[in-house]
Structure formats: structure tokens, C-alpha cells
Ligand binder design. Structure first.
Ligand code: MLT
Length: 316
């Protein structure tokens, strides 16, 4: 059986497929037309964020049984179309959660102590000691929206620096949120109480624009907002307004409505906004974890085993 790897994958994942007896083709950066050719005769497709698994690709595939995303997000896969074509879609939840939680915590530290702005100032020849007085995290309230794998790890990190941690997650009951390290609160209370809000939910129709102008206005004055989840969950224009009016003290974005972030984006000019280029899962450790996990899961499924971490069930 044949595996096509269409986005970069850690070599340990490739080796697992080979050890399991699969033929592996690595063809990254293909145009849609070339991908439509390359998918012929392929049983399993491994992707990360670049490959778009849409109706056209699924129609071009003749033997495809499984698509595995070596990551968590599945925004680039048309899951209903995959189901229609009898293709299982699976991801590797949890394997890059530590990386994402550590980045969110890094942004929280960086915002509180103006690390990015201090660095930029020095490189521009400025010594902004007086302007960049920071805040300590100890005793402040960290609000986590989404208490899944990443939210749970971030809660531990917050507690580690003596923050009060509150959490909101409509899919978990209060006892489970508590077990994951946060005091459960309704969304509106989290907005009103948190000094720092970090977002860890997938992008869905419910979470798109969750941080709208109206909801940003409900945040505590002088609070900070961190989004290492998905672009589009925060209204970027409203966020810029909340920063320039002083409603929010700062924000950090690792993800954007349009990626890569356009060079003329207003976000670039917001002084109290720290940006990183979608680095949440981008650690050596996480990249190895997701590659090993996706290779094991897909190999098992193609050899007649269970479809672990499948998000659809084409047999239904
Ligand atoms: C994820 O969904 O796991 C990450 O956002 C993947 C990525 O870095 O593109």
C-alpha cells in the first residue's frame, strides 16, 4: 500500500511507515493540479497545514482510505466530503499541546514584562526603561477559554506561577474543569474577571468572532488577550481598537484571519501587540510527536485496526 506525504513530516514518522511495509512518496509543495495526479494509487495521505483536502482532491483520489493530519486543527480538510468519499480523517490531538501551552505562557510573560517591545527598542537605539514598567503574574487571574489538552497544561503553568486560574468550556462539566486545574466560570464572568485571557478552542461556527467588539468591551479594563488557537476567533479590527483606546493593556496573537499576515495589516502597527507566525506547534519535540502518532495511527488503520482519533465515520 502507498502513503503520500504532501507536507513536511519528521523522519521518524516516515520510518514507521517504511518499517510497516508501506511504500512512501514524499512530495511537498505541489500545485493542486500536481497533487491531483500524485494522489492516484495512494491509500493514505499525510498532511499538515498546507495541503487543502477539498472535494476536487477527493474526487481525483481513486484508492484513498485515510487522511491523517499530523497536528490538531483540521481547517484544511473538507470532512463531510471525505465522509462522502469513504475516506477516514484523523488527527493527533494532544501531541503538540505542551508546545502550544508553553507558547501561550511565553506570550503571557512577554506581554507582562514588555519583552518584545524592549528588544525592539534596543535594536532601534532606544533605552525605554521608564516606559516599560511591567506587571507580575503572581496573584493575577488567568482565564482560559477551552479546557482541553492545551487549556489543562496552561492551567498547570498558571498555578505554577501562583495565578488564580478560571476556566470556561461548554463541553465539560464543572467537576471536569476543576479536575483540569481551573475554577469553572460562565463565559461572561471569565471576561469580566480575568487579567489575562488565553484562547484554546478550535475554530467552529460557534467560536468564530467569539471575541467580537461587544465581548472585548466586556473584558476587564487593562486586561491582556492571548490567541494561540485559530485566526478569526478574535475580531482583529476590534482588537486593534481595544488596544489603541487603552481598553486592553496588551495582546498576543500567534494566529491570524489571513496567514501569512499581510505586510500592510493594521496589527503590525499596534505597539502593545506581540505577534508570532503560527508557532504554537512548532517545536522539535511536537513535530516528532505528531509524526510518530500519525504514522502509527494510519498504519494501524490501513492494516485493518481501529481508526484511532478519527473525526468522521464513513461507514455510517
Ligand atoms: C495545530 O492545529 O495543531 C497547529 O495549529 C498546527 C500548525 O502549526 O499549523
Amino acid at each position: 500500500m502507498k502513503i503520500l506525504v504532501s507536507d513536511p513530516l519528521h523522519e521518524k514518522g516516515i520510518q514507521i511507515f517504511k518499517d510497516q511495509g508501506f511504500e512512501v512518496e514524499i512530495k511537498t509543495g505541489l500545485s493542486p493540479e500536481d497533487l491531483h495526479q500524485a494522489i492516484k494509487g495512494v491509500d493514505g495521505l499525510v498532511i499538515r497545514s498546507a495541503t487543502q483536502v477539498n472535494k476536487e482532491l477527493l474526487e481525483a483520489a481513486d484508492l484513498l482510505k485515510v487522511v491523517g493530519r499530523a497536528d490538531t486543527g483540521l481547517d484544511n480538510v473538507d470532512i463531510p466530503a471525505a465522509t462522502e468519499h469513504g475516506v477516514v480523517v484523523m488527527n493527533t490531538p494532544g501531541q503538540n499541546s505542551n508546545a502550544a501551552a508553553e507558547l501561550a505562557m511565553g506570550h503571557i510573560f512577554a506581554l507582562s514584562r514588555h519583552i518584545a517591545r524592549g528588544n525592539r527598542g534596543i535594536k532601534d537605539g532606544k533605552w525605554e526603561k521608564k516606559q516599560l514598567r511591567g506587571r507580575e503574574l503572581k496573584g493575577k487571574t488567568l482565564g482560559i477559554v477551552g479546557m482541553g489538552n492545551i487549556g489543562r497544561i496552561l492551567a498547570e503553568l498558571g498555578i505554577g506561577v501562583k495565578m488564580r486560574v478560571i476556566g470556561f468550556d461548554p463541553f465539560l462539566d464543572d467537576a471536569e474543569i476543576k479536575a483540569r486545574g481551573a475554577e469553572p466560570v460562565p463565559y461572561e464572568d471569565l471576561l469580566a474577571q480575568a487579567d489575562y485571557i488565553s484562547i484554546h478552542v478550535p475554530k467552529t461556527t460557534e467560536t468564530t468572532n467569539l471575541f467580537s467588539e461587544a465581548n472585548l468591551a466586556k473584558m476587564k479594563d487593562g486586561a491582556y488577550l492571548i490567541n494561540c488557537a485559530r485566526g478569526g476567533i478574535v475580531d482583529e479590527v476590534a482588537l486593534c481598537d481595544a488596544l489603541s483606546s487603552g481598553k486592553l493593556a496588551g495582546a498576543a496573537l500567534d494566529v491570524f484571519e489571513v496567514e501569512p499576515l499581510p505586510a500592510d495589516s493594521r496589527l503590525i502597527y499596534a505597539d502593545d501587540l506581540t505577534c508570532t507566525p503560527h508557532l504554537g506547534a512548532n517545536t522539535f519535540e511536537a513535530q516528532e510527536n505528531v509524526a510518530v502518532a500519525v504514522a502509527n495511527q494510519m498504519s494501524a488503520y490501513l492494516k485493518g485496526g481501529p481508526a484511532e482519533f478519527a473525526v468522521n465515520d464513513p461507514k455510517k
